[in-house]
Design a protein around this ligand. Structure first.
Ligand code: PLP
Length: 453
């Protein structure tokens, strides 16, 4: 068949054959998808020629921006030489060897080994098996429970979706046993009257301790968390939260898993979010920014103290056809070269991060905005009908979705989680593009405010 040319024809073909992820496909087909045809830097172009500022780096992944020939070349060269081979059964290849060694260098010192996967979800499935295997080898087989947090997102396979705390996902799919969810550190939405951020942070962190006590430390295997909850609404925890969690993890015989699928590779102004918040994970989960989304790749870094036990256990019966895919590893290596050469992590910490934070925080004065947190290059706008009383809209998600749609029509990609707008632009965004992003976000707020009254 020949692919039709017009937007209307392409939409009709998409509607006829394509089931979209996390979508109401029927409603989407009535409205019609926007067809993205090319991209460069922080800009997308759609099939009607509109230029759209991508405030979400695709799905929080295009850290080095679009259009990087260097990554394309690295992938093409690798594909010509060795397009595929696996890392099962006593084989390996150069790109996987080099990437594993580079990741050992880049990640905090406790990490020297990586298990490759094809995505964040596969990484978190891997984590569940690794953690259980670890305690089985240690002859502590009762230690099975993983504690996670409400509204966490750890992926969408059955196991990763179970680790996550998204009730709309749990409602539609079977969940695995032995996952328990505790509160998220969402100060704006969940603090008690008169509670300070630090009091709230401590109280929320201590839910981990009380849950371990209630269920029995001999049954708890691990605690998993994103440094900043991403898909849950960009929940930046109060300053007291992570030190208290770190204390609890140190004092208890549990593993701490930092899911860095979003926060890894510079997003928060350090290479990894655990460095921004000063925690010391035993397992670090990565995907997305590892290749800036140019190729699908994920990985699980495992700390030496855990590896030492796993190595006593013989076969680990787990792996994916595309674990350590050579072309994906080549993309990751080229991506890391760019990040290091252009000092993108430092750029987020010292330049564009503070600049965006300063501009973004002016939006907190808007009558529709309850708070406007920003850390590194990831932030949110909490929309509220009453910023003084900190109330939420009765019809949860309606105003957020309206705002997201206004934004998209106005050629800025923001995402909505309930009534919270979120952004995570590419790390290469310029000051001028930040000004444009904030101006478009303000326009979105004005339009939404006028409509939501
Ligand atoms: N973990 C976190 C923190 C994520 O944000 C995501 C995806 O957004 C995942 C895991 C799942 O990654 P993937 O979609 O690559 O399976």
């Amino acid at each position: 068949m020949t692919l039709p040319k017009t937007t209307a024809e392409l939409r009709a073909l998409d509607a006829a054959h394509h089931l979209h992820p996390f979508s109401d496909t029927k409603a989407l087909n009535e409205e019609g998808s926007r067809i993205i045809v090319k991209a460069d830097g922080v800009w997308l172009t759609d099939s009607d020629g509109n230029r759209i500022l991508d405030g979400m780096s695709g799905l929080w992944c295009v850290n080095v921006g679009y259009g990087r020939e260097e990554i394309v070349e690295a992938v093409a060269t690798q594909m010509r030489e060795l397009p595929y081979y696996n890392t099962f059964f006593k084989t390996t290849h150069k790109p996987a060897i080099e990437l594993a060694a580079r990741l050992a260098e880049l990640t905090p010192p406790q990490f020297n080994r990586v298990f490759f996967t094809g995505s964040g979800s596969e990484s978190n499935d891997t984590v569940i098996k690794l953690v259980r295997r670890y305690f089985d080898i240690k002859e502590q087989p009762k230690k099975k429970i993983i504690i996670s947090r409400r509204n966490a997102y750890h992926g969408s396979t059955v196991a990763a979706g179970s680790l996550g705390g998204m009730s709309p996902m749990h409602d539609q799919s079977a969940v695995i046993a032995d996952v328990v969810h505790i509160a998220q550190p969402y100060f704006w939405g969940e603090a008690r009257q008169g509670e300070t951020p630090d009091e709230f942070g401590l109280r929320t962190a201590r839910a981990l301790e009380s849950t371990i006590d209630a269920l029995g430390e001999d049954r708890i295997a691990a605690f998993i968390a994103e440094p900043i909850q991403g898909a849950g609404g960009v929940i930046v925890p109060p300053a007291s939260y992570w030190p208290e969690i770190a204390r609890i993890c140190r004092e208890r015989d549990i593993l701490f898993i930092s899911d860095e699928v979003i926060c890894g590779f510079g997003r928060t102004g350090s290479w990894f979010g655990c460095e921004t918040f000063g925690t010391e994970p035993d397992i670090l989960v990565m995907a997305k920014g590892i290749t800036s989304g140019y190729m699908p790749l994920g990985g699980v870094m495992v700390a030496d103290r855990v590896v030492d036990v796993l190595l006593q256990g013989g076969d680990f019966n787990h792996g994916y056809t595309y674990s350590g895919h050579p072309a994906a590893c080549a993309a990751a290596l080229a991506n890391l070269d760019i990040m290091l050469r252009e000092k993108l992590v430092e750029r987020v910490a010292n330049d564009v991060g503070p600049y965006l934070k300063a501009q973004w925080s002016t939006l907190a004065e808007h009558p529709l905005v309850g708070e406007a947190p920003m850390m590194g290059l990831v932030g949110a706008l909490e929309l509220t009908p009453d910023k003084i009383g900190r109330t939420k809209f009765a019809d949860v998600g309606k105003v957020g979705t309206m705002a997201r749609d206004f934004s998209f029509q106005n050629n800025l990609v923001m995402r909505a989680v309930r009534d919270r707008l979120i952004i995570a632009p590419p790390l290469v965004i310029s000051h001028g593009e930040i000004d444009e992003l904030v101006a478009r976000a303000r326009k979105t707020l004005d339009a939404t405010h006028a409509e939501a009254k």
